[in-house]
Design a protein around this ligand. Structure first.
Ligand SMILES: [Zn+2]
Length: 512
């Protein structure tokens, strides 16, 4: 996800960080952190906070068929979702989904039988089976519902207009899927594959994840779009957008010889800007594909669907974007590896998504500068942002707070600079090799910061415990004071460091 901030970033007051602090005494004064031993919050506890999250750990999601009817001129969703799941517990006779009680459940069908259900709180749907289902069985239910979804977070389900044409889009990260479909909203169970079938008035097109299998008229002036995605996907990355899109394809030649479509659903009025932006983005996709590992969803596609939220969102295989700028497209594309293929396993580790996506945008500018000094300016801008926030850690201290999770200074910019420092500490070969190992190890799954740390350590042979303690868990940034004295043909230089926050007494840093 990337929120585009209006206005320009000032590069005038860049704090020069290139001084190397090695060889000085490390005098950490690490303070007790109330979050230090908290570990992963169980979903049941998490749920008592902000918005939902019930106990959904007695089954493993295998597949969803989503069948939705959406008219972008009407703020409503109607449909049937059919999850297939594997039973994980003995005595499995009821199950929960995270789902808003604002939406009306019409029926829940299991093997032709109508099941009883309740919505005991605002984001819990409890379903009861007439018999216990044996452990390890794979079973399914169909939940039909309709209504006007609530819209929390960044706008989980939004109706808007471009020019005068209506549009509906979804944006579920981090907690919004439950606002518009019955889901598991946690970060512990990817759905193995999905079908997304959207019926809409025939003057509109529906964009979604995966490959477009069919697009056909179904009578009464309606059209049905069938998208199929055969890769594991986190709930928050399932998305639809419906409006009067114009579509076109850019061909992408991947390193292994695959020719894959970049499929673009754009507003007709923005077609020219889109064509330029997506053609540029093809180069970036090829760059990431060769620098890291092969594009993770190459049997299907990459693509863009335009929407009206003020930035972009990396929906799997189909990023939603407000415009076609180099930075925005490079950022959302990077998430296909860092965020979608490998998803942060807890919101406290969001830097594994956002720090990487931000850094990869920087790498795309290092490789293809978009003007004089593009890469140095990009780095200066990040440092300005980081040093505008003397407190706060890259690790998210409050993973129930959307604003804290998506802090641009901490999760995005300081997160990206941690990676830049690690690149210099390990060297290019080791750094990128460790990133590739991390991606391969956690592919189509979730990851925590410890997974990345262990791959960086095993490739480099370096112990990075102190680095992560200072830079990931600790708060603040270093400043340097230089003084010198010239006498008798000698020059004495004195370098002092101060830190902006007492959680770290001295910060080792090394990069240019
Ligand atoms: Zn992002």
């Amino acid at each position: 996800m990337n929120k585009v901030i209006e206005g320009s970033i000032s590069f005038l007051f860049c704090l020069v960080f290139s001084l190397i602090g090695y060889g000085q005494t490390d005098s950490d004064t690490w303070k007790d952190d109330p979050y230090c031993n908290k570990g992963h919050l169980p979903d049941a506890l998490f749920s008592t906070g902000l918005r939902g999250f019930t106990v959904t750990d007695n089954y493993d999601l295998k597949y969803y068929r989503f069948e939705w009817e959406v008219d972008p001129a009407v703020y409503n969703i109607k449909g049937t979702v059919t999850p297939y799941f594997k039973v994980l517990n003995d005595q499995f006779s009821d199950m929960n989904f995270d789902f808003s009680s604002t939406l009306k459940v019409d029926s829940i069908i299991w093997h032709g039988i109508k099941l009883s259900y309740s919505q005991p709180s605002s984001y819990v749907l409890n379903i009861k089976f007439p018999v216990s289902i044996p452990k390890s069985s794979i079973d399914s239910i169909s939940i039909s519902y309709n209504g006007a979804p609530p819209s929390g977070g960044f706008g989980s389900f939004i109706k808007s207009t471009h020019k005068t044409d209506p549009i509906i889009w979804t944006l579920s990260e981090p907690f919004g899927a439950q606002d518009w479909w019955p889901c598991k909203n946690g970060l512990d169970d990817k759905i193995d594959s999905i079908d997304v079938i959207v019926t809409t008035p025939e003057k509109y097109r529906a964009a979604s994840n995966g490959s477009l299998m069919s697009e056909k008229s179904v009578g009464n002036g309606m059209k049905k779009y069938h998208w199929k995605h055969n890769y594991a996907i986190a709930s928050y990355l399932v998305a639809i957008a419906v409006t009067n899109y114009t579509t076109y394809v850019d061909d992408v030649h991947l390193k292994d010889g695959t020719v894959m479509p970049m499929l673009n659903y754009v507003y007709p009025e923005d077609l020219d800007a889109a064509r330029k932006g997506t053609a540029d983005n093809v180069k970036v996709l090829q760059f990431y594909d060769s620098l890291f590992i092969s594009y993770p969803f190459k049997k299907e596609k990459y693509g863009h669907a335009q929407f009206g939220w003020g930035g972009g969102m990396e929906h799997q295989t189909m990023s939603f974007v407000i415009n076609y700028s180099w930075g925005l497209l490079s950022h959302e594309l990077a998430h296909q590896w860092f965020g979608d293929l490998v998803t942060c396993g807890d919101w406290e580790d969001i830097w594994l998504n956002e720090g990487f996506a931000t850094y990869l945008e920087g790498l795309s500018r290092e490789r293809y500068p978009q003007g004089p000094n593009d890469w140095p300016n990009w780095k200066s801008g990040k440092i300005n942002s980081i040093t505008s926030t003397p407190t706060g850690s890259v690790r998210v201290s409050d993973p129930t707070s959307e604003n804290r999770i998506f802090s641009s200074a901490l999760s995005y910019n300081k997160g990206s600079y941690l990676l830049h420092m690690l690149r210099w500490k390990l060297g290019d070969d080791n750094f990128f090799k460790a990133c590739r190992n991390y991606l391969n190890d956690r592919a189509y799954n979730y990851a925590r910061t410890t997974h990345l740390k262990s791959h960086l350590e095993s490739v480099s042979g370096q112990d990075l415990t102190e680095f992560f303690k200072d830079w990931f868990e600790g708060e603040g940034y270093p400043s340097y004071q230089v003084s010198w004295d010239q006498s008798g043909g000698k020059t004495k230089i004195r370098l002092r460091q101060t830190t902006s926050h007492p959680s770290v007494g001295f910060l080792k840093c090394r990069f240019s």
